[in-house]
Design a protein around this ligand. Sequence first.
Ligand SMILES: C[S@@+](CC[C@H](N)C(=O)[O-])C[C@H]1O[C@@H](n2cnc3c(N)ncnc32)[C@H](O)[C@@H]1O
Length: 432
Amino acid sequence: MNNAATARAAAAFCLQQVLQHERSLNQVMPEAQQKFSLSAGDKAFTQAIVFGVLRDLPALEWLVQQALDKPLRSKLRVIHYLILVGLQQLRSMRTASHAAIAETVNACALLRQKALKGLVNAVLRNYQRQQESLEAQLASLPDKILGHPGWLLRRLKETYPEYWPAIVAANNTQAPMWLRVNIRHHSVAEYAHLLQQQGLESTTQPGLEQAICLQHPVDVHSLPGFSEGWVSVQDGAAQYAAQLLNAQPGERILDACAAPGGKTAHILERCDCQVSALDIDATRLTRVEENLQRLQLHANCQQGDAANPDTWWDGQQFDRILLDAPCSATGVIRRHPDIKWLRRDSDIDQLTELQAQILACQWQLLKPGGTLLYATCSVLPQENHQQVAAFLASHPDAYYDPLYADDESGWQLRPGQNNLDGFFYARLQKQE
Ligand SMILES: C[S@@+](CC[C@H](N)C(=O)[O-])C[C@H]1O[C@@H](n2cnc3c(N)ncnc32)[C@H](O)[C@@H]1O
């Protein structure tokens, strides 16, 4: 099999699965790896193309529209996605254009559409010839070049009149690789030194106790002691969760939406407490177990619905609860650009309702005097500040524990701010 063409064919397959069949890239990438027998290098290249297309989708779609009189019929649709793959390489990747065109054309055969080679070749060469004038036209079409669906752009503009351009830019940029040092093995300074010995430059950030940001992303297996559990990959913003929860030795802790277990493990790295890790999704829960095994940590992993404790709760209240709620994930688009095209405006109301239900239910499981940390990786106020304000208004036994001066209903981190993902935290205390 021709390797260079394989990555292009795999990218077209992934894009069709995400954009036409509305499947998450997390599910689709492993399938593509198997289906096309991708090497590690091909996988990285495929992912780079797919991420690029998802970031710039409206502009790329506009370019296809200029080239084709009518859309490709549904049976040939995979070739539409292959054209996006070709255009993405010509516009934004370092691949030499003759190789980009030749290998994209060759990918038609791998996708069983040999007859469309001529069409793909013609569209890509046509773009190449008219690149300057097409790009000039695109530059005057803001809704095409911002790379976001209209509903999300509207919500961002409403909520962040000052910051929305920075948020959009951060969402369209590759995220840095953040690590969490397992302080049961090394201090952050010791681990940074180990990285330096491997030629890996990194920085730390005040306020983040275990975090290191790598200057350049690397494969996890080239990190010192990864298999031995010395370090994990986790964005710095997500590392505030365990810090703000601040579990104490011996306490009973519930991580109510735990999978894949990044925060469960962080809580356990910080102190010897009894953690129950709950998730509704049994498959995702196995990831928690695998992560804990690598880190040589232990939690009581339970499959169950956080909004229906009758099926899994033993009746003993918890000292602290981390509720990392299911959310729109609009704070982590730079890591998951498929989110922009999979989410719908109408999802937000449904998610807000689900979060309110889980939050009210979890509150019953908290001891008087206990702490509940509500977290999301969303940037939308309905899921964040408004959610917490509504909860406080309807729960007289809850009071708000500020995370900074003047904080009344939560701390919103914006994507890209301090090089971090977008996250939201609010700490609620239950009256004694
Ligand atoms: C934002 S992710 C959690 C990430 C995790 N805390 C970590 O740091 O690795 C949200 C999780 O909530 C789970 N979930 C969704 N609805 C749930 C429910 N009703 N009860 C329990 N878990 C739920 C999802 O399966 C998903 O794993």
